[in-house]
Design a protein around this ligand. Structure first.
Ligand SMILES: *[C@@H]1O[C@H](CO)[C@@H](O)[C@H](O)[C@H]1NC(C)=O
Ligand SMILES: *[C@@H]1O[C@H](CO)[C@@H](O)[C@H](O)[C@H]1NC(C)=O
Ligand SMILES: *[C@@H]1O[C@H](CO)[C@@H](O)[C@H](O)[C@H]1NC(C)=O
Ligand SMILES: *[C@@H]1O[C@H](CO)[C@@H](O)[C@H](O)[C@H]1NC(C)=O
Ligand SMILES: *[C@@H]1O[C@H](CO)[C@@H](O)[C@H](O)[C@H]1NC(C)=O
Length: 954
């Protein structure tokens, strides 16, 4: 019954670990993990109860922390909670009313703390509580009214405290529903029924064990319904006094543990004789560890015990027996279960159990037997025989003779080396055979002609090296075959043939290589649901298709484990390795040294829900890999050296709710990725290379603000980048530094304005000419564009662009020579521009209406006119029409460095031809000739330009 309670408690907290499949809605909390409304804050170095506990949860586990005080305000926001585990802290103080609002609480564990007293109002409000664990504290005082309103309380564990008097538990005993009370290992010297005053009607289980009781005295019927009494290891100095006034007082007791009680043989005999009367209900009696190694005394006691008419279970364990003779148990004819485990029995006479006519269950485990005793043969009523943990090295054909009714046989952890075909021949009903932990080398047909009803065969941890076709063939009922941790390297074709009902096959930790994993081995296992072949030597050189994929006939398989625990691994998974596994839901393929997965890998497993490929060497995976498995819910990808999860974006993983990606090199996750996992509720990203900067602002905010996905332990994540943030906490990153406030904005804009102005004037000073020039260039571009659309016929042969300073030369030298002597028609602005027309239009008309444009270049010209509209329009036309329109005439020598601001000029000079007006005193004839030639040239490209030759450079 005790174990029932603890298992209920265990189940209650088991919720916490139920994280593998389908974790539901979760919350983001600083210290806890929440799964399915169960909050786990275990081992977090907490000093206080976390303040961000959501109001509605099923359970809370804050065990293994450093909490020393429970404050009244700690749980005031929690309205609905069933279980609470506060154990293994240092709680010494619980404020009155701390649990006041927890009306739905059923289980509270305060074990392993430092409580010394239970005060009056400590448990106020816990009206619905049924289980209370207070074990391993320092409690010596319990206030009278402290349990007054806890009328629902059924189970209280006060084991390992400092109670000195039985009267301390009086406030508990009176509770109407109390069923189980554990006060083991306190400091009780007396058990006097009067200390319980009126006693307890409901109490069924009472554990008083390991107290230094000098006296066990019941003088009134205070525990009328007590069924289970544990007095083991009570008493001091061999002298516990037993004083039960009336056998009726203990008449309901069915289970009694008197192991290790300090009592003389005589006193013990008297105690047991008190149970031989007609009122007694005693069915199960433990008498272990009474008088070490004194088989004689044990024999006397056993004999009396076996005269108890109702007794069916007898335990005589813990080092007290070495030899069992017929005499020891001669009166135990009614015993159904005999527990002789944990002794040092090496010898059992053939007739030891002869008088136990109805024996169903014998435990002889953990003794010193070197062979299967003769005594256990021919027990036709026997159902369970446990011989495990002995030194049996050999099984003979008659060892299990006539055990035709036996259902379970345990032989694990012995020294059996070989089997024979005859060994199990009589075990016609056997359903379960456990032979693990021996040294069996070969099966020698031990399973060939018997065990038709065997459902479970456990051969783990032996030394089998091969599986032959005949080995298991006749085990038609077999559902589970466990062969892990052997040395199997070879499996015959059809090694498992005939096992049509087999559902579970465990072959991990053997020496099976890729050649041994073949379709012919598994061909008849169409009902197999669970297969593990992890940690073997299955390796593939590449991932190309296998000619004969191994699992094609395993159409019912739900679970496949191929992960490895050795560093070797599979290296590659052939693209059709999983072919045939149409029902597969879980695959565990971690630590296989795999770098790549072929996109077809999961093509054959459309039902896959749970995928573990963690601890591999992927640097990247593809979205295509996941397309055939849309039902995927759980992904394990930790320790995979991943720098990005972008491959999940188009993977269509709409059902995934659990993502384990710890120990990678991820810097952050982006919005697109997380949006592509719409069902995600649980994500573990511990130990990645988080980058704490503003570009991951969205991610950091998402971790804390999103209401769907719980990022496990996010508050412990450390930054790795940038260097300045290394080692700081990701969620401590100051996100405000990323958003600019208005003050800062104004500051920045004024500063920039000032800087720009400064820079602008600086630029203007340095690059004035280039700026003006660029401005005109732009205007010219606009006009040129406009001009393109309306091509006038040529009015002039040339338009002359010049500076007013050079007008004398134009009028005196140029005009007479070109117009009068050579007969060209020139356009001069002072003479030919139409008055009233905008100047720009006049210029463009002139340029586009002339075949050529002559630029008269001097220093003045460069300073004022070069940047003028004329030259720009002309040069645009030049590029636009690809015609040689520009004729450059240099009136004076201009050194290169003075030309430097005029990039365009320099470019033109490099590409174009130009003429220089001869220096004073030189002959002008050649100049005019060349000019004439230039004016005559029409539409010629550079290469053909005759002026290219015979022109001097500046
Ligand atoms: C009571 O506490 C003891 C000591 O920790 C433990 O061993 C035992 O299992 C507990 N019993 C129940 C019913 O919880
Ligand atoms: C708790 O107990 C009260 C009566 O004491 C009952 O009305 C209520 O329904 C119980 N609540 C739960 C959650 O069991
Ligand atoms: C218990 O047994 C002893 C010895 O057999 C006997 O003297 C005593 O009266 C018995 N007690 C009761 C309550 O029957
Ligand atoms: C088992 O019984 C046989 C006779 O049936 C006997 O020869 C043998 O010595 C016995 N073995 C042991 C270990 O008692
Ligand atoms: C098995 O039982 C039969 C009939 O009861 C008996 O003849 C035979 O000797 C027994 N076998 C052994 C090995 O004791």
């Amino acid at each position: 019954m005790g174990s029932g309670t603890s298992s209920a408690m265990f189940l209650c907290f088991l919720h916490f670990f139920w994280i593998i499949v389908n974790p539901a809605r979760a919350y983001s909390m600083k210290h806890c993990i929440s799964i399915k409304m169960n909050l786990n804050c275990r081992q977090r170095n907490l000093q206080t109860i976390p303040s961000d506990i959501p109001p509605v949860i099923k359970s809370l586990d804050v065990s293994m922390n450093n909490i020393s005080k429970i404050k009244k305000s700690d749980f005031k926001n929690i309205s609905v909670i069933n279980c609470m585990n506060l154990s293994s802290n240092t709680i010494s103080n619980v404020e009155d009313g701390a649990f006041l609002h927890l009306v739905a609480l059923h289980g509270l564990d305060l074990g392993h703390n430092k409580l010394t007293t239970i005060s009056e109002h400590m448990f106020q409000g816990l009206a619905n509580m049924t289980r209370l664990q207070l074990h391993n504290n320092l409690i010596s005082f319990i206030a009278c009214s402290s349990f007054q309103n806890l009328s629902g309380l059924q189970i209280v564990n006060l084991t390992n405290n400092k109670l000195h008097h039985l009267s301390n538990v009086q406030p508990l005993v009176h509770l109407p529903n109390l069923r189980e009370l554990y006060i083991s290992n306190n400091n009780l010297h007396y058990f006097e029924s009067r200390e319980l005053s009126n006693g307890s009607i409901g109490l069924k289980v009472l554990d008083v064990s390991t107290n230094p009781l000098e006296r066990f005295s019941i003088t009134a019927n205070v525990l009328p319904n007590l069924q289970n009494l544990n007095l083991s290891y009570c008493g001091q100095n061999g002298s516990m006094e037993w004083d039960v006034a009336d056998t009726v007082f203990l008449s309901k007791i069915s289970t009694l543990d008197l192991s290790g009680v300090q009592m003389s043989v005589d006193n013990m005999s008297m105690v047991l004789q008190n149970f031989t009367n007609t009122h007694s209900s005693l069915a199960s009696l433990a008498l272990s560890n009474l008088w070490r190694k004194s088989t004689e005394k044990v024999g006397i006691i056993a004999n009396i015990a076996c005269h108890i008419p109702t007794l069916s279970v007898l335990r005589l364990g813990n080092d007290c027996i070495s030899v069992v003779s017929e005499k020891l148990l001669q009166s135990c004819s009614r015993t159904k279960k005999l527990d002789l485990s944990d002794n040092i029995i090496s010898d059992l006479s053939e007739s030891s159990f002869r008088s136990l006519k109805g024996l169903k269950y014998i435990r002889l485990d953990n003794n010193s037997l070197s062979s299967v005793p003769n005594a256990t043969r021919n027990l036709s009523t026997l159902k369970i025989l446990d011989l495990s943990l002995n030194s049996i090295d050999n099984l003979n054909c008659l060892d299990f003779a006539n055990l035709t009714g036996l259902l379970k046989l345990f032989l694990y952890s012995n020294k059996i080396q070989k089997l024979d075909s005859c060994v199990f021949q009589d075990l016609k009903s056997l359903k379960m055979l456990s032979l693990g932990g021996n040294s069996i080398l070969t099966l020698n047909g031990a399973f060939t002609n018997c065990l038709q009803n065997l459902e479970s065969l456990d051969l783990r941890q032996n030394k089998l090296s091969s599986i032959k076709q005949e080995d298991f063939k006749q085990l038609k009922s077999l559902k589970s075959l466990i062969l892990f941790d052997n040395q199997i390297s070879h499996m015959d074709n059809g090694a498992f043939d005939g096992l049509f009902n087999l559902e579970t096959l465990k072959l991990s930790s053997n020496k099976i290589n890729a050649k041994a994993v073949k379709d012919t081995v598994f061909r008849e296992l169409s009902h197999l649901r669970y297969l593990s072949i992890s940690s073997n030597r299955i390796e593939y050189e590449h991932d190309s298709e296998l000619r004969l994929p191994p699992f094609v006939n395993l159409s019912s398989l739900r679970y496949l484990a191929i992960f490895s625990q050795n560093p070797q691994g599979m290296f590659n998974i052939p693209s059709n390795f999983l072919e045939g596994l149409q029902s597969l839901e879980t695959i565990r393929a971690g630590n296989l040294n795999i770098k790549l997965l072929h996109p077809n890998t999961f093509r054959y497993t459309p039902e896959l829900k749970y995928l573990d490929i963690s601890d591999n060497k992927f640097t990247s995976l593809t979205a295509e890999l996941f397309h055939p498995i849309p039902k995927l819910m759980v992904i394990y990808l930790s320790k995979c050296q991943l720098e990005s999860l972008d491959f999940l974006i188009n993977a269509n993983l709409f059902q995934v709710n659990y993502l384990q990606i710890s120990y990678n090199q991820l810097t952050a996750l982006n919005e697109t990725l997380l949006n592509s996992l719409p069902s995600l509720t649980y994500m573990d990203m511990r130990n990645n290379s988080f980058s704490c900067n503003c570009s991951n602002l969205w991610f950091m905010r998402w971790i804390t603000n999103n209401s769907q996905t719980q990022v496990v332990d996010a508050h412990q994540y450390l930054c790795k980048y940038p260097f300045s943030q290394k080692g700081t906490l990701l969620l401590d990153f100051d996100t405000h530094s990323c958003s600019v406030d208005t003050g800062l904005f104004y500051f920045i804009s004024t500063t920039s304005l000032v800087l720009l102005t400064l820079l602008g004037s600086l630029i203007y000073r340095l690059l004035r000419w280039q700026l003006i020039y660029s401005y005109h260039l732009f205007l010219a571009y606009l006009y040129d564009n406009k001009q393109k659309n309306r091509r006038a016929a040529y009015q002039y042969d040339a338009f002359v662009s010049y500076n007013t300073h050079d007008e004398p030369w134009v009028l005196r030298d140029l005009l007479p020579e070109l117009e009068v002597r050579q007969g060209w028609r020139l356009c001069l602005h002072h003479r030919d521009f139409q008055p009233g027309k905008p100047i720009m239009e006049n210029i463009t008309d002139a340029i586009y209406g002339s075949h050529k444009t002559i630029c008269v270049i001097s220093r003045h010209y460069l300073e004022s006119e070069w940047c003028s509209r004329e030259i720009q329009v002309a040069s645009f036309r030049l590029f636009d029409e690809q015609k040689d329109v520009l004729i450059l005439v240099f009136l004076e020598e201009i050194p290169d460095q003075q030309l430097s601001p005029y990039h365009r000029m320099r470019r033109l000079l490099k590409k174009r031809t130009y003429l220089s007006w001869p220096r004073a005193g030189e002959h002008t004839g050649v100049f005019w000739q060349k000019l004439q030639l230039a004016l005559e040239t029409r539409n010629s490209s550079d290469e053909e330009n005759p002026l290219l030759t015979g022109v001097e450079r500046l």
